[in-house]
Ligand binder design. Sequence first.
Ligand SMILES: Cc1ncc(COP(=O)(O)O)c(C=O)c1O
Length: 414
Amino acid sequence: MAVSTSSTLDAAALRADFAYLDPRQHGKPLAYLDSASSTQKPRQVLDRMRAFYEHEYANVHRGVYRLAERATEGYEGARRTVSAFLNAPSPREVVFTRNATEAINLVAYAWGLRNLGPGDVVVVTELEHHANFVPWQFIASKTGAAFRHIPIDDAGELRLDALDGLAREGAIKVVAVGLVSNSLGTINPVSPLASWAHEQGAIMVVDAAQAAPHRTIDVQALGCDFLALSSHKLCGPSGSGALWGKAELLETMDPFNLGGEMIRSVALDRTTFNEIPYKFEAGTPAIAEAVGFGCAIDYIGEIGLPAIERHEHELTVYAMGRLGELDWVRLFGPPAERRAGIVSFDVAGVHPHDVAQILDWEGIAVRAGHHCTQPLMTRLGVTATTRASFYLYSIPEEVDRLVDGLHKVKKRLG
Ligand SMILES: Cc1ncc(COP(=O)(O)O)c(C=O)c1O
């Protein structure tokens, strides 16, 4: 690994950690520009998971033998790693989930069903990922609470001037906002929104699925109450994610799923539940995946989040500059200074799926679709966009290949 404690990273050297870049796999080197969807995995994470399965594996928490203790230590060590990564006050505030979606559903069900009712208002945003939109819409409809959104302006940024109007609609109880938009890359002003939420007496739920891989997250500085993230978006395995929540809130919540380690005692007439965070971890968890999640956090931590963020920013500036030269390409979203490494665009007269198909023939992987943000697509007046997204292993030559590929798209279909 090319470790960087300074402000830059050596992407060319880091690429040696990623087997997907082996040209023998694809005939030509793959320009993987779909990291917002899921990231590739470095050998370090894969090796750690293999070693865990081979030498440290058993079910966690229940065994008294040494191997089970070792497995439990691996799993709980990963929890401490996630906790430190988020600057959480305590690892007991970190619940392992399958992914960010499950983490948000946990809060929506376990907090929302108990605390929401008629006269209350749940506020999301117009550019929210469905994972932080639909659970709230669903639980609001179940409880009789109103479901409202903060609109965006034409640049894809939140219109904070709408907040006063929302506050007049009822008792705001939940404000659920993504830190970084997966479709536009917009970096949302979560700290001021958390202050506003608390002034209203609401909880602040942050979807950090798209932010945690790229920027330093400090739950205490953000001032939120819950925060969700996924391992697979930060070089870790899929099947593992986490919810951070304030202990005083987690403690008052009902369980989400039932069975296994989340139980303290069962009698014929009554069951009592384990303490947090175990109260929310029903059944055998994704043990090796949690260990891989922790290893991935160590991996990106050694490179340094500020260096990753700077690297992606430089690529974004470069990509927006090059794509901006094409008058048949429409770029969506805010200026590079206020976005993460995500560039969504439209090629005049060509459906995004056709764009992605032709780019694939050139060995360029981008995503085409609504990116699980259909309300945003409606606001933009499109059904889909083409999206290129970057990570620590992305390089400017891949942006050049994207631009060359788009010229081919234009020639064939434009
Ligand atoms: C902003 C955002 N939130 C939530 C999710 C859901 O993540 P997961 O599928 O890992 O649950 C994603 C995934 O694309 C995302 O980009």
